[in-house]
Design a protein around this ligand. Structure first.
Ligand code: GLA
Length: 394
């Protein structure tokens, strides 16, 4: 976790920036998320298994006396002011586009937002695959929906935030991140079918293990363009498979059907991509089953298998992520490890014996530095609740 914000000092900062009194200010929070398994399956109508984290983004806001919306962040020195009743356009390539995208999506639904003073404060590392963007979108959407009494439910907000990211920001993400950030529940992972949006909250009982997130601290490059390229490859696979089965997305095919039909895909790269998606869906089903049986060793094996497939078949890993996973696999007390999120940098998630976490941090950290020249950061995380209002006196 990067910063340890407390509401009292954020409130003082807010009043210093905007004036007013504590009673005018509402506070909301949306977490980040970590995906345990099921990577690059969401936009293929498949299964994912993420959970929300105990850290995320705070939003403090009060009604402005005029119809302007002012947005500031504690993390990045940049302020924007917009008129929420007028057409909103993106501002460069900046974080402001996440909340602005949400306001613009409310507008598209015919819902006009009033003027607000807003202060964001996040403690999710940026570009680390932990959904800092979905967290900003969701905290904005939830706060405005509740203060403006728009009456949308969380699922509608999830879809609205995904559209903000797809259409306003221009990142063609699936629905997993926004869903996890909105629907998360403490000590539970979300087993989500991204085609039907049916989901089940599965208790995460880790016994003597801990969830450790390790940040490669590698600057992600090309992530968005490669992401869109993978989506296109999956669409090509769907079209090549049509003569065998009339599918809308790759997840409508099981591993057996794919073994019969794979030859229909001429391009070997496209075939590898499809294979990853279909096998990864299958691994999610197994992972949910073994987690319910408290078999963390099997769960860990599935994590390693998922990483191998993302590395070799889907090719969204990188030297730094692979080094972290390889080093984790050589370290005592580790049940499993894999990259999490879109890839090309960002973080790994590992299942580590609680008594061996210190050793894990020192061994993996040391060898990672030797091999990459970078310092990794480590966070032992708890599974937290989804987006919510923070009551000040609790
Ligand atoms: C990013 C996207 C998600 C999902 C993952 C990969 O986090 O925002 O929708 O596709 O990558 O699983």
């Amino acid at each position: 976790m990067e910063n340890n914000w407390d509401i009292k000092s954020l409130t003082e900062d807010f009043i210093n920036h905007y004036g007013g009194s504590k009673d005018d200010i509402s506070v909301f929070f949306a977490p980040g998320r970590v995906n345990l398994i099921g990577e690059h399956t969401d936009y293929n109508g498949g299964f994912v298994f993420p959970c929300s984290l105990h850290f995320g983004t705070y939003l403090l806001l009060s009604k402005a006396h005029y119809s302007k919306m002012t947005l500031k962040s504690k993390n990045i020195a940049m302020t924007a002011q917009v008129c929420p009743a007028k057409t909103i356009t993106p501002v460069g390539n900046t974080w402001i586009n996440y909340p602005l995208g949400v306001v613009s999506e409310f507008q598209r639904k015919g819902l006009t937002v009033s003027g607000y003073n807003m202060l964001f404060a996040g403690n999710i590392p940026n570009s680390a695959g932990l959904s800092s963007s979905a967290s900003i979108e969701m905290v904005t959407a939830f706060a405005l929906n509740s203060l403006e009494n728009f009456g949308l439910d969380n699922l509608e907000l999830v879809k609205l935030c995904q559209r903000a990211e797809n259409d306003f920001v221009g990142m063609k993400c699936g629905i997993m991140d926004q869903f996890a950030v909105a629907m998360g529940k403490k000590d539970h992972a979300i087993f989500l079918n991204c085609d039907t949006l049916a989901y089940e909250l599965v208790p995460v009982v880790l016994s003597d293990y801990s969830l450790v997130i390790t940040n490669t601290n590698k600057q992600r490059r090309l992530a968005d363009s490669k992401y869109n390229e993978r989506r296109a490859e999956c669409e090509k696979a769907v079209s090549d498979l049509q003569p065998y089965k009339n599918i809308r997305n790759l997840s409508e095919m099981n591993p057996y059907e794919f073994s019969q039909a794979a030859y229909k895909i001429e391009d070997s790269t496209v075939r590898k991509r499809a294979m990853h998606v279909i096998m990864e869906n299958h691994r999610v089903l197994k992972a949910v089953d073994v987690l319910k049986k408290n078999d963390l060793i099997k769960f860990g094996e599935l994590m390693y298998a998922s990483h191998r497939s993302l590395r070799v078949g889907y090719e969204v890993s990188c030297f730094e992520l692979d080094t972290l996973v390889d080093e984790a696999s050589k370290t005592d007390g580790v049940a499993g490890s894999r990259m999490t999120g879109a890839g090309f940098g960002g973080c790994t998630v590992s299942l580590v014996k609680t008594g061996r976490v210190e050793n894990f941090v020192s061994e993996v950290g040391k060898n990672y530095k030797l091999k990459t020249g970078l310092d990794a950061s480590f966070f032992t995380v708890q599974v937290g609740d989804g987006v919510r209002k923070i009551e000040r006196n609790k």
